[in-house]
Design a protein around this ligand. Structure first.
Ligand SMILES: *Cc1c(COP(=O)(O)O)cnc(C)c1O
Length: 351
């Protein structure tokens, strides 16, 4: 006997990347956090936060935060739906649009959480494999015609980025909702925000976890036309964004210079690390995110490299799945961390 619904019993749970204890000295390159701390303006806002405000419920729409997000992206504030991380928006979308007899579609490999949400809603999940270059399979996705289609762009764990023209074609031809998950947009050359004005079935997801160095805060948002958000709103937890997050998130987004400066440094480090890894025999895929997908040189198993790095207190992400088990996903660190990684790899790799 089980207390749970059949589909919950049948599904496997999402497994988050390992989080070592703070202060244990690990070089953390496994969950795509920012290499740099949050803006000093965030620290300042936290110091000045009046705790008496916590006596009351927060604004259910976090309007102060949403207004800053809207201004930064150049969209009306009515187009912003704040969430407890962008994961929360993925949950709202799935609750609103997926279920028995309704299809969730996404290209693979990608963020596993889309699968998790499809399974929770007992939706039909259609995975569309990408080709050997992990390019977006536009025609196959159109054919599958999901009630919801998820595209992470840049994609994780590949870092591969689809063009705005491909996304526009999807938006125009799909009958259902197109969710463009831009968790890594702050490091990328492409954004689909413009498609929100062009199409009523597009929602773009943003997060403060990566670009704004605030993974621990839990704040993200969706950008879509108000009519679409009105539907999603029905599935929102009442007070999904707490007062502290909303205040600190607004402070972080007001400081675009700081965020852009960190992003530029990470992009420069990413390009340098890609070249350095290729020089020691790795295959490196083009990435527009704050991580690289790489394949170790012949003779070195990805899982062994991951374990050997771990013994040296360097964490990278290994995925034990068919298309990824010969690869690693490495989050870009600061210059010192990237050097530690390279030195460790030179020791580990067979000479
Ligand atoms: C990190 C990530 C997210 C979610 O981040 P939150 O911390 O929940 O805002 C969403 N999608 C992808 C593809 C990610 O990599």
């Amino acid at each position: 006997m089980s207390y749970f619904k059949d589909n919950i019993d049948a599904m496997t749970a999402y497994v988050p990347g390992e989080q070592p204890k703070a202060g244990d000295g690990a070089v953390k390159m496994n969950t795509n956090e920012n290499a740099y701390p949050p803006s000093p303006k965030v620290t300042e806002a936290l110091r000045e936060f009046n705790c008496d405000a916590l006596q009351r419920y927060p604004d259910p729409m976090a309007r102060e935060f949403s207004a800053v997000a809207a201004e930064v992206l150049g969209v009306p504030v009515e187009w912003i739906l704040p969430g407890n991380g962008s994961d929360d928006i993925i949950v709202m979308i799935s609750r609103a649009c997926a279920g028995p007899g309704r299809r969730i579609v996404y290209p693979t490999p990608t963020f596993e959480f889309y699968f998790t949400q499809g399974a929770i809603e007992a939706a039909e999940v259609v995975e569309i494999p990408t080709d050997e270059n992990f390019a977006l399979p536009v025609d196959d996705i159109i054919q599958a015609n999901g009630d919801v289609t998820f595209i992470a762009n840049p994609n994780s764990p590949t870092g591969v980025t689809a063009s705005i023209d491909d996304l526009r074609q999807l938006a125009g031809e799909l009958d259902g909702l197109l969710v463009i998950d831009e968790a890594y947009a702050d490091f990328a050359e492409v954004t689909a925000i413009a498609l929100v004005s062009e199409f009523d079935n597009v929602i773009v997801l943003r997060t403060l976890s990566k670009g704004y160095s605030l993974a621990g805060l839990r704040l993200g948002f969706g950008v879509a036309r108000s009519e679409l958000l009105d539907g999603l709103m029905k599935t929102k937890a009442i007070y999904n964004v707490d007062a502290v997050s909303a205040t600190l998130g607004a402070a972080a987004m007001r400081d675009q210079d700081y965020k852009n400066d960190c992003a530029s440094r990470i992009i420069a480090s990413r390009n340098k690390l890609a070249g350095d890894l290729e020089a020691i025999g790795f295959t490196v895929w083009d990435s527009q995110a704050n991580f690289l997908m790489v394949r170790p040189p012949a003779g070195a198993e990805a899982s062994d490299v991951c374990n050997n790095l771990k013994e040296r207190m360097i964490l990278v992400r290994y995925f034990d799945s068919k298309r990824l088990d010969d690869k690693l996903r490495i989050t870009i660190g600061d210059e010192e961390q990237n050097k530690s990684l390279l030195n460790a790899l030179k020791e580990i790799l067979p000479q």
